[in-house]
Design a protein around this ligand. Structure first.
Ligand code: 8YV
Length: 314
């Protein structure tokens, strides 16, 4: 008999992965997180595994006493109640490494697009404005300074790409690393003051909530550009809107927002801001690899083998 699993947010998973999942398991699909949060979980109290996309709050886990595995699609697990999972002895797995390069590519794409007015230029051509005159001059990228907030696995890929664009890289983490050639800033505000670009790729969650606040944005300054490919929660979004509106911050390239999929109207109207709908890992190839890792963790669990990418301690 096939084991039963629960699945939240099936629409995010590639079709081939969903097919394989249905071949191996009896899958109870809940639709998106909102539907899952409202569902009656009583009939599933003894189901052992949940496949999800970075979502499993405390109230949801508490209703599933038989659960032993949360296999999550995505590297970030700030939307999974890890303390509660630990208490219930539920192992949580994520999909690290396989998305590093795509997220780093998008960070650089946003940096370049915001600096060189790429989207603005595209609009300029499409709106037929070119015959009446040249577009404004944009800003030079090479030789400038990039500060990375969160020099982890993806941060390192961003740094490597930035070097190819002749950017001078420095970083801010909780602790300095002894295995990188980049300058460490113990203070985020001071790093922001020194750099032209600030790229955010640290973890989300309470520890980094609104870390990039008004002071940091002001330090980045009227010619500075903020790029965020991590979590919207890391930035004080109201302060960001104000800084961009008043010109105390020069521009931004944003893939993530505080209340996705809601994007503040003010940002939508700003020509010096480049927006993406949380596309960091959204390529056919990477989503396939992420889905495969979700399947591999489920398979390992049901075969009694060690999990491949467990994030909590047992
Ligand atoms: C995904 C992400 O869009 O990996 C993450 O943490 O934010 C993205 O890769 C998302 O998690 C898919 O559920």
């Amino acid at each position: 008999m096939k084991p039963e699993i629960l699945l939240v947010n099936n629409a995010m998973f590639p079709e081939t992965i969903l097919q394989a999942m249905h071949e191996a398991y009896v899958v109870h699909e809940f639709g998106g997180p909102k539907a899952a949060a409202e569902a009656d979980l009583q009939p599933f109290a003894q189901v052992q595994a949940l496949a999800t996309t970075g979502w499993a709050p405390e109230s949801f886990l508490k209703q599933l006493p038989g659960l032993r595995l949360v296999s999550s699609f995505g590297v970030g697990y700030d939307g999974i109640a890890i303390d509660q999972a630990n208490e219930q002895r539920v192992a949580v797995t994520n999909t690290p490494e396989v998305l590093n390069e795509d997220v780093a590519d998008l960070a650089l794409a946003l940096l370049l697009a915001a600096s060189r007015g790429l989207v603005e230029g595209d609009r300029y051509v499409r709106e037929g404005r070119w015959p009446s005159g040249w577009m404004r001059l944009t800003r030079n990228v090479s030789g400038r300074k990039l500060g990375i907030l969160g020099l982890g696995r993806i941060g390192l890929e961003i740094a490597r790409r930035a070097e190819a664009f002749r950017l001078e890289v420095s970083y801010h983490n909780r602790n300095a690393r002894d295995d990188v050639p980049y300058r460490y800033h113990p203070s985020l505000v001071e790093m922001a003051r020194e750099v032209d670009y600030l790229v955010i790729i640290c973890v989300g969650g309470p520890a980094t909530q609104n870390l990039v606040n008004r002071e940091v944005l002001e330090a980045l300054g009227p010619e500075g550009i903020l790029v965020n490919v991590s979590r919207g929660s890391v930035v004080d979004e109201d302060a960001l809107v104000q800084a961009l509106e008043s010109g105390t911050l020069g521009g931004a390239g944003l893939d993530v927002f505080a209340r996705e999929p809601h994007v503040p109207e003010e940002l939508i109207r700003m020509p010096h801001v480049v927006l993406q709908p949380h596309q960091g890992s959204a390529t056919v190839e990477t989503r396939q690899r992420m889905g495969q890792l979700v399947l591999d963790n489920l398979e390992a669990y049901f075969a009694g083998r060690p999990l491949l990418t467990q994030v909590n301690p047992f």
